[in-house]
Each structure stands twice: as structure tokens, then as C-alpha cells.
Design a binder for this molecule. Structure first.
Ligand SMILES: [Zn+2]
Length: 213
């Protein structure tokens, strides 16, 4: 039974009910997630070129459920606007901004609690600067993201367990020896037991015999 239909942004839920013919077992339920479904894309909207005065609009599909925009390859479009002629779209930490061509821009990475700034990376994942303040000249569309690593904890890291030198030959030899010993001991115990039983039998026979008289 579907409790919640999956959409493109939220998983759904289905509940399975198991009833047993044997009344000793109660009814059992199990809830399972339904994976995300594809976006409900509307009609293709053609690109509207930018002018020096107006932003353009990239050609796109719009999902009627989540409201996001997608290109012909199904890739999400972060910024639907096309920069005015003479300007460029620069996405900094996912935030879209527009700058004039040739403008010098400095972006600053903010401090994050418990994180160590590692650098700025571009859209291809290349590290472009390890300085919190990264300056560049605007010459085209760019995408910069500040990357961080978790601060190393004060407590020393637990040591990697040292690889134990393997002595499979000695180990197996020892095991063999052990089992030999325990086998011998077991035999000894069995013998001792038989002796005890024998003695007890002798005693009871002896008592039985004695009682007769
Ligand atoms: Zn969607």
C-alpha cells in the first residue's frame, strides 16, 4: 500500500503488510522507501539572447513539480539568466553574480566553525587558490567554490593497528601439537574414567558379594 507517492524531490513510502494463515503470528508491517521519480519537464523554451541592457534567458525545460530548470541533457541550470552583453556570470559558492568584462574581483572565503579552509576550486574541480582572498579578472563565465576540511581533532588519532607478522606455519604447528596433547589427555581421561568405573564395579561387586554373607 503506497502511503506517499515519490516525487522528483522527495522519496515516497510504501507499506507492505504480511498476514499469516497461522494465527500464532501477528500481522507484520514493513515500510520501504520509493526512489525519486524523474522531473516532470514541460515544453522546451528557446533561448532569449541577452542585450547590453537586458539579461537573456537560457534555453530550458522547467519541472512543474520542483520548479527547477534543466538543459537539453537533463543537467540542472543553476542560473537561467544570460549575462548582459559585456558582463559575465560568476557563480561563487553556488550564488550567481554578474560582473563586467575585465573587472577585477576579489572573493573572500568565510571562516567556518570546526573547518579549515583549503582553497578555491573552479568548475572543473581544479584548485585555483589557497588564499582566502582570491582575486581574478573577469573574462568569462566562471564558477568558484571554497573548499574546507574538517579541523583535525586535538586528541591523537587512534593508531592504525600494526600489521601482525603472520606465522601461519608455527601457528598451525602449534595447533597440531595442541590437538595432539589434548587428544592424548582425553585418552588419558577416558582411561582414568574406565579405571574409576572398573573400581566402582569391583567395589559394588565386592559389597554385593559381601552382603550375601
Ligand atoms: Zn522536479
Amino acid at each position: 500500500m503506497v502511503i506517499k507517492e515519490a516525487t522528483c524531490i522527495e522519496k515516497g513510502k510504501v507499506r507492505y503488510t504480511a498476514q499469516f494463515t497461522n494465527s500464532a503470528f501477528g500481522v507484520q508491517y514493513r515500510e520501504v522507501d520509493i526512489e525519486l521519480v524523474e522531473h516532470k519537464l514541460g515544453e522546451w523554451i528557446d533561448e532569449i539572447p541577452a542585450t547590453t541592457e537586458e539579461f537573456g534567458t537560457k534555453g530550458h525545460y522547467k519541472c512543474s513539480v520542483c520548479g527547477k530548470y534543466y538543459d537539453k541533457d537533463g543537467q540542472e541550470i543553476a542560473e537561467l539568466r544570460i549575462a548582459k552583453i559585456g558582463t559575465h556570470n560568476i557563480i561563487i559558492n553556488g550564488e550567481s553574480k554578474f560582473y563586467a568584462d575585465g573587472e577585477n574581483v576579489t572573493i573572500t572565503a568565510e571562516d567556518k566553525e570546526g573547518k579549515v579552509f583549503k582553497g578555491w576550486k573552479d568548475a572543473s574541480g581544479n584548485l585555483v587558490s589557497t588564499d582566502k582572498n582570491f582575486s581574478f579578472k573577469v573574462s568569462g563565465e566562471s564558477n568558484y567554490t571554497a573548499i574546507y576540511e574538517n579541523e583535525p581533532t586535538v586528541a591523537p588519532k587512534p593508531q592504525e593497528p600494526k600489521p601482525q607478522p603472520q606465522k601461519p606455519d608455527i601457528d598451525s604447528a602449534q595447533t597440531g601439537e595442541d590437538s595432539l596433547i589434548s587428544g592424548g589427555m582425553l585418552a588419558g581421561l577416558v582411561c582414568a574414567g574406565l579405571v574409576v568405573i572398573g573400581a566402582a564395579a569391583f567395589v559394588s561387586v565386592w559389597f554385593a558379594t559381601k552382603k550375601k554373607y
